[in-house]
Design a protein around this ligand. Structure first.
Ligand code: SF4
Ligand code: SF4
Length: 170
């Protein structure tokens, strides 16, 4: 039969030698490789005590931003969701009511804003698409978890703390 590639190697079917039958040379060879690795520089680190330095362009968990007065910057325009190649962002827009000017910067705001981190590929397109500087990717690594639901980050999980309220609690 004609070979598809020349990568196949013939199987050696010669009878085993005495050395091969007692396995000791093979065990000694394996141990010598293991012992040799003990004195080499480790390729792993003892995480979380030890952490590798990240690249300066590392992109971690998303953050929803507020302005200097603590008002939410997001206007629920949907551009981030449109730019997202993984379709990880969903939102629901709402109209700002009179008296809520201290909460939301624009007349429209995101009543609901969710990012599915299991879909997200941390490409940063949402950050680039946002005209209001409302969403950006921080340097925080996404924590691991056991349930799928815990990877759906809601607006409350993403919003940065209110700057004024934070000062009051200090
Ligand atoms: S980082 Fe990329 S994949 Fe993740 S939500 Fe933003 S646009 Fe979508
Ligand atoms: S985060 Fe930015 S792009 Fe996304 S809906 Fe809000 S204002 Fe629009």
């Amino acid at each position: 039969m004609e070979k598809l590639t020349n990568r196949s190697a013939p199987v050696n079917r010669d009878p085993m030698t005495f050395g091969e039958k007692i396995y000791l040379p093979a065990i000694a060879k394996g141990l010598s490789i293991t012992i040799g690795h003990i004195f080499k520089k480790k390729a792993t680190v003892s995480y979380p005590e030890e952490k590798r330095p990240f690249s300066p362009v590392f992109r971690g968990l998303h953050v929803l931003n507020r302005d200097e007065e603590g008002r939410e910057r997001c206007t629920a325009c949907g551009l981030c969701a449109l730019a997202c190649p993984a379709e990880a962002i969903t939102m629901e827009a709402a109209e700002r009511k009179p008296g809520e000017e201290n909460l939301y910067r624009e007349e429209k705001y995101a009543a609901k804003y969710e990012i599915n981190m299991l879909r997200c590929i941390f490409c940063g397109y949402c950050e680039e698409a946002c005209p209001k500087d409302a969403v950006y990717l921080s340097e925080t690594i996404m924590p691991t978890n056991y349930t799928r639901d815990s990877f759906i980050y809601k607006k409350e999980d993403l919003l940065i703390p209110h700057p004024k309220m934070q000062q009051e609690t200090k």
